[in-house]
Design a protein around this ligand. Structure first.
Ligand code: THU
Length: 134
């Protein structure tokens, strides 16, 4: 899949990246979601001295979408600095799943090197369990 995310989505993820609160891991992550109406919502990881209370960038961005009335993730950009891909953790794959359809795209971006890889949710979470399975 070669579709580049729109510039404003990347910019929004970069902005969130710079505001990430990651004093413990020192691994900042930014995310931005594009919803069904073309609105953009961002989020960053927010760590905590009680480590398990920290949250992921994707989690914050999705929560922000829901709080503002968005219903569907058309695209999500995840941005950071790493030699390896910053693919969403297992819990965040499931969070993305809740608000995705078969066309949802997950873009993994390096803040300096640009787009690294794009995925359909099915590639990251095959045979997933979602609202229709209940
Ligand atoms: N993290 C994210 O926010 N998103 C990801 O996709 C991978 C990991 C955060 C969680 C934690 O604050 C830090 O990165 C190191 O795991």
């Amino acid at each position: 899949m070669n579709k580049e995310p729109i510039n404003n989505l990347i910019k929004s993820a970069i902005k969130a990246y710079h505001n990430a609160y990651a004093p413990y891991s020192k691994f900042s992550v930014g995310a931005a979601v594009l919803d069904e109406n073309g609105s953009i919502y961002n989020g960053c990881n927010v760590e905590n001295a009680a480590y398990p209370s920290g949250s992921c960038a994707e989690e914050q961005a999705i929560g922000n979408m829901i709080a503002n009335g968005g219903k569907l993730i058309r695209e999500i950009v995840i941005i950071g600095i790493s030699d390896k891909l910053i693919t969403p953790c297992g819990a965040c794959r499931q969070r993305i799943r809740e608000f995705s359809d078969k066309d949802t795209i997950i873009h993994i971006h390096h803040i300096e090197q640009g787009l690294q890889q794009s995925f359909k949710l099915d590639e990251l979470l095959p045979y997933s369990f979602g609202p229709e399975n209940l």
